[in-house]
Ligand binder design. Structure first.
Ligand SMILES: Nc1ncnc2c1ncn2[C@@H]1O[C@H](COP(=O)(O)OP(=O)(O)O)[C@@H](O)[C@H]1O
Ligand SMILES: [Mg+2]
Length: 327
């Protein structure tokens, strides 16, 4: 496994060592996981379906016992310290459990009443604040069964936000939501993070992680492939050289002659401007030299530059596979 930057496990909000879960049927769902989630991060736990995300989260929250290895949350061992740790953690795992026949507000009142540390005298205020936080004040009196999936998800988040939390753990919070619902959740996550709450969220959507997270861990088949700041991960992957020109075939030939690898021509209609891309040249190579060679060969260069690598490029570079997940 490649570690991008060393986050200190001693001050980490979540730290696991060789965390492993083998289910009774023999399925090795999580395999020797060393995860370090720095305080104040929005940490994306990324992986295709079945890669072990929910299993990991269940172990972190003390819902299931690891087969071996250890997990610390807020500096305390789990599941042993569940009683002291869990009140400081807001969690949304695989959709909230809601009573459909109760209103959104009454569902939250019920949640709050189930918390022995919650003062009943301030319950209504807390619930109103939580509804407001997720934008459900107007719909608070509606029965939960009439809520859209996005509203249900936000109500679940409201339940996780009844108390001030040091850590929020959200398992696929945008799963099944339409683009508008996804945007709302993303905005909310950013707001919460800017208040200093550490957010740990899982997703099988690369794009989503890239938009909202400061850090990422990539899982595949129960194993950690990499973790670190999102920016480092993308920076560690070389971007692509991009030439915009109507003379695509000639440009491709010259780039190859100049030693550029993996030259690809994006097909365009005859005479139209096209794109030729190739592997970014090593840093010591002067880009001006390449442009010079193109211009000298009579190629009409309309654009020339390096495209920053995306998280997707990094993922492909790491796994040798596209991040192509069904559902
Ligand atoms: N209760 C269970 N019993 C047996 N196998 C399970 C159980 N829950 C999950 N698995 C298996 O463990 C692997 C990881 O699942 P999961 O943690 O749910 O992944 P993810 O959340 O990334 O989709 C999958 O192969 C899944 O089929
Ligand atoms: Mg899952």
């Amino acid at each position: 496994m490649e570690e991008l930057s060393t986050a200190d496990p001693d001050t980490a909000v979540i730290a696991t060592r060789a965390l492993t879960k083998r289910y009774r049927g023999g399925q090795l769902a999580v395999d020797g996981l060393d995860l370090t989630v720095p305080a104040g991060s929005v940490f994306g736990f990324l992986g295709p379906n079945g890669s072990g995300k929910t299993t990991t989260i269940r172990m972190l929250m003390g819902l299931i016992e690891p087969t071996s290895g250890t997990a610390r949350v807020l500096g305390q061992p789990m599941p042993r310290a569940s009683r002291t740790v869990l009140p400081q953690v807001g969690a949304l795992i695989e959709g909230p459990a809601l009573y459909g026949f109760l209103s959104g507000r009454d569902n939250l009142l019920r949640y709050d009443a189930a918390d022995p540390t919650a003062d009943p005298r301030t319950r209504r205020t807390r619930v109103a604040a939580a509804l407001d936080r997720v934008g459900l004040t107007a719909a608070g009196g509606k029965k939960a069964k009439a809520y859209s999936l996005g509203m249900k998800q936000r109500l679940g988040l409201a339940a996780a936000l009844l108390q001030p939390r040091r850590l929020l753990v959200l398992d696929e919070p945008t799963n099944g939501l339409d683009p508008q619902g996804m945007r709302e959740i993303r905005t909310l996550v950013r707001e919460l993070a800017s208040d200093g709450t550490t957010v740990f969220l899982s997703s099988h959507l690369l794009d989503e992680i890239e938009q909202v997270c400061t850090h990422v861990a990539v899982m595949a088949q129960g194993r950690l492939i990499t973790q670190g700041p999102v920016a480092d991960l993308a920076a560690g992957t070389r971007g692509r050289l991009v030439v915009t020109t109507p003379d695509t075939a000639d440009a491709a030939r010259v780039l190859k002659e100049q030693g550029v690898g993996d030259v690809v021509v994006a097909e365009t209609a005859e005479g139209a401007e096209g794109r030729v891309t190739g592997e970014a040249p090593p840093p010591e190579r002067e880009l001006a030299e390449l442009v010079g060679a193109l211009v000298e060969a009579g190629i009409r260069v309309r654009g020339f530059g390096l495209e920053r690598a995306s998280l997707e490029d990094a993922f492909v570079a790491l796994t040798g596979e596209g991040f192509d997940v069904a559902g």
